[in-house]
Design a protein around this ligand. Structure first.
Ligand code: TMP
Ligand code: ASP
Length: 250
């Protein structure tokens, strides 16, 4: 690595964040830890860190080309990424193109119902509270973001969906839903942060009808379906087929 990292700033379930010699940038290490159900289920999956780092880099570069601002600066090595330092907004932004997962557990909407326009659900990012669903009134009560910022978040998340959904469809994956984390950089600009990977997206192969076999994302881990890394590897292979190798930081 060319960037010698400084002290650990933060350790999450899937990543570690370190300082660099530069105030505006931090180094992110993608770990092999897989967790689900607020880390009640936990496993080490060899190569997951590299795959998620590389896939995220490709997708951040795709968004960047489409004029969508992200925190991504470049790759440092196979599972390390340099990103802009941001203040992460403690909201998980979920966009749903097809009903599944918690939406179908918590409402009578049948599995597989197409959602047009995509449904946006916001969750309060707080592990101790179990990341609860936010209503707009709770959002303003908590004062997490201004009304204008709330609107900016929705516009940005829908723009990301408008790029990613057709991109994955060309790779024969349906982008069922995904989660974004957003942050503000020192200039106050709203950026897509964290990662975009099979850990944070649901991807179904469009040619496979079997409801379990078509899953190429973290639901394989959540549901104990096996073949998690093989599925992530296939996602990476298809992404690599159309996006050139992501840039190195220098
Ligand atoms: P959900 O149906 O469980 O609410 O998940 C919606 C999307 O958000 C799905 O693509 C998986 C992703 N997700 C995360 O990235 N992290 C999480 O902690 C959860 C619960 C979901
Ligand atoms: N990221 C969450 C956790 O570990 C849950 C999930 O992705 O399902 O616990």
């Amino acid at each position: 690595m060319t960037t010698i990292h400084g002290p650990l700033l933060y350790e999450g379930k899937a990543k570690r964040v370190y300082t660099t010699g530069r105030d505006e940038e931090v180094l992110v290490e993608f770990k092999n830890d897989a967790t689900a159900f607020n880390a009640k289920k936990r496993e080490q999956l060899e190569d997951k860190g590299r795959l998620n780092c590389q896939i995220s880099a490709c997708l951040f570069e795709l968004l960047e080309r489409e004029g969508i601002p992200t925190h991504y600066c470049g790759l440092e090595s196979d599972h390390w990424m340099v990103v802009q330092r941001v203040k992460v907004i403690p909201i998980e932004v979920v966009l749903r193109n097809v009903a599944t997962g918690s939406l179908c557990r918590e409402t009578p909407i049948p599995q597989g119902t197409p959602l047009e326009p995509a449904l946006m659900d916001l969750y309060y990012k707080d592990d101790d509270l179990g990341d609860p669903l936010l209503t707009d009134s709770r959002l303003s009560l908590l004062g997490l973001v201004s009304h204008e910022c709330r609107q900016e978040i929705e516009t940005l998340a829908r723009r990301v969906n408008a790029v990613l959904a057709p991109f994955f469809s060309d790779l024969n994956f349906q982008l069922v839903d995904f989660k974004l984390e957003l942050g503000l950089n020192s200039a106050g600009e709203l950026l897509v942060a964290d990662e975009i990977s099979p850990d944070t997206c649901r991807l179904w192969d469009m040619d496979i009808r079997d409801e379990k076999q078509r899953i190429f994302d973290k639901d394989r881990f959540r549901q104990d379906l096996g073949g998690v890394i093989e599925a992530y590897g296939e996602v990476y292979k298809r992404v690599q087929g159309v996006i050139p190798k992501p840039r190195n930081y220098r």
